[in-house]
Write a protein that binds this ligand. Structure first.
Ligand code: NAD
Length: 438
């Protein structure tokens, strides 16, 4: 099939590449000229595991091409995916200017039947707005479909190739048949393509993300309470998670959720509620608990250094909002760094993939280490913000030798508290016992 993907970020590029992988001819359109030039020369502009292999294979096979020309893209595809940003607007709502701006252009440029598929996360009712924006100028037939994306950064390729489900919100049988044909290779094992109306599809995405953010936040509150009463959140987590009604996943406490989706999607659903005179009380709490949770390590660090962080050197492991991505949007590490800098500490950080993005944002406000061990050389404490696999089994002997003081503040509960005691560290984590080295 002939496919066009507009917007080649984490969602668009993975969508385009994976659709090419099943034999479709895909043209990806982006307004970012530098990015398009990079992709045309065979360079993947983001870090996403396994994407590079598929990207190269499909470019070489001539099934995947890139352009800055929207017209060229629209002339090519029968199905047009919108994978455009929907960032948080000032009032918390999703800013639809990219989606509606492109819809307006599409109306002017299409000359024969197209299915316009919205993959961006958008509030209920957006497909009607997209339809209206295109219809204003279009002189041919078209259908608008809502197809929210559930891929996770870090697992995006696997998630796209083997989705647990695909949601298609549409009312036109012609469009539904085209979507079913396109997605058939991805659901051969029997996972469903769930067809529903456009509004329900749009809301499904927000409901799923808001639920997951709520689950994490609930667990973070349980962890905070564990610290007050001397319980161990790891044990509570396992005790709870074995109940199949609860499930084991998304129960790991830490320094809050971040990323390009949960924070903005929870706020957008909350604002959508307000717009329809519905107050999502539970989301109010999720938003405010997560804001304070991002700084959960700060009082512990301040207390350890007796409220005097001036001149202290802190090593940071992990900058990305989660492992296996270079994405730093709303990353808790940025809040931790801002707070430590404000208190007069200096910072040397290491992340396997996200350092360039942080350097673009923070410049020389912090130092960037070449390795995880360099980040702790001469530091007064190590602070862990992201649970990269490489941090899970470090040489504790080396870490201890390089640090000025054997002190670790772990925002992701990577280590066993008993082991840290044996290794002789002062070790503080989230919702578990405080390990003191004296
Ligand atoms: P992104 O910011 O990584 O990428 C967006 C791309 O769109 C950029 O390359 C940008 O240059 C391009 N763009 C902007 N305006 C354009 C225009 N007028 N024409 C062509 N290209 C244009 O965004 P993303 O993370 O891929 O997210 C896209 C959408 O998917 C958002 O609504 C997001 O909420 C949703 N989503 C994201 C994820 C995720 O994990 N990142 C998962 C599911 C859903």
């Amino acid at each position: 099939m002939k496919i066009t993907v507009i917007g080649t970020g984490y969602v668009g590029l993975v969508t385009g590449t994976c659709l090419a992988e099943t034999g479709n001819e895909v043209v990806c359109v982006d307004i970012d000229e530098k990015k398009v030039r990079k992709m045309q020369s065979g360079e993947v502009p983001i870090y996403e595991p396994h994407l590079d292999v598929l990207f190269e294979r499909n470019i070489n096979a001539g099934r995947l091409t890139f352009t800055t020309s929207l017209k060229e893209g629209l002339d090519h595809g029968d199905i047009i995916f919108l994978a455009l940003p929907t960032p948080e607007d000032e009032d918390g709502s999703a800013d639809l200017k990219y989606v509606l701006g492109v819809a307006d252009e599409i109306g002017k440029l299409i000359t024969d039947y197209k299915v316009i598929v919205d993959k961006s996360t958008v509030p209920v009712g957006t497909s009607e707005k997209v339809h209206a924006a295109i219809a204003k100028h279009a002189k041919c037939e078209f259908d608008v479909v809502s197809n929210p994306e559930f891929l996770r950064e870090g697992f995006a390729v696997d998630d796209f190739l083997k989705p647990e489900r695909i949601v298609v919100g549409a009312s036109s049988q012609r469009a539904i048949s085209m979507m079913q044909k396109l997605f058939k290779p991805f659901v051969r094992s029997g996972n469903p393509v769930i067809i529903m109306d456009e509004k329900s599809a749009e809301l499904t995405k927000y409901a799923a993300n808001a639920y997951l953010a709520t689950k994490i936040t609930f667990m973070n509150e349980i962890a905070n309470f564990c610290e007050r009463v001397g319980a161990d959140v790891d044990k509570v987590r396992i005790g709870m998670g074995t109940d199949s009604r609860i499930g084991k996943r998304f129960l790991f406490p830490g320094i809050g959720y971040g990323g390009s989706c949960f924070p903005k999607d929870v706020k957008a659903l909350h604002k959508s509620g307000k717009d329809h005179e519905y107050n999502f009380q539970i989301l109010d709490s999720v938003i405010s608990v997560n804001k304070s949770q991002k700084l959960a390590l700060i009082p512990k660090i301040r207390k350890y250094f007796q409220d005097d962080l001036k001149g202290k050197q802190i090593g940071i492991w992990g900058l990305a909002f989660k492992p296996e991505t270079d994405d730093i949007r709303e990353a808790p590490s940025l809040d931790v760094i801002a707070e430590l800098l404000k208190s007069g500490a200096s910072i040397t950080a290491f992340d396997p993939e996200a350092m360039d993005n942080v350097e673009r944002k923070l410049g020389d406000k912090i130092k960037y280490a070449n390795s995880m061990y360099e980040a702790v050389r001469g530091a007064d404490a190590l602070v862990i913000c992201t649970e990269w696999g490489v941090f899970r089994n470090p040489s504790f002997g080396k870490v201890k030798q390089l640090l000025n003081n054997p002190v670790i503040f772990d925002g992701r509960n990577l280590y066993d508290t008993q082991e840290m005691r044996q290794e002789g560290f002062h070790y503080e984590s989230i919702g578990r016992e405080l390990v003191q080295n004296n």
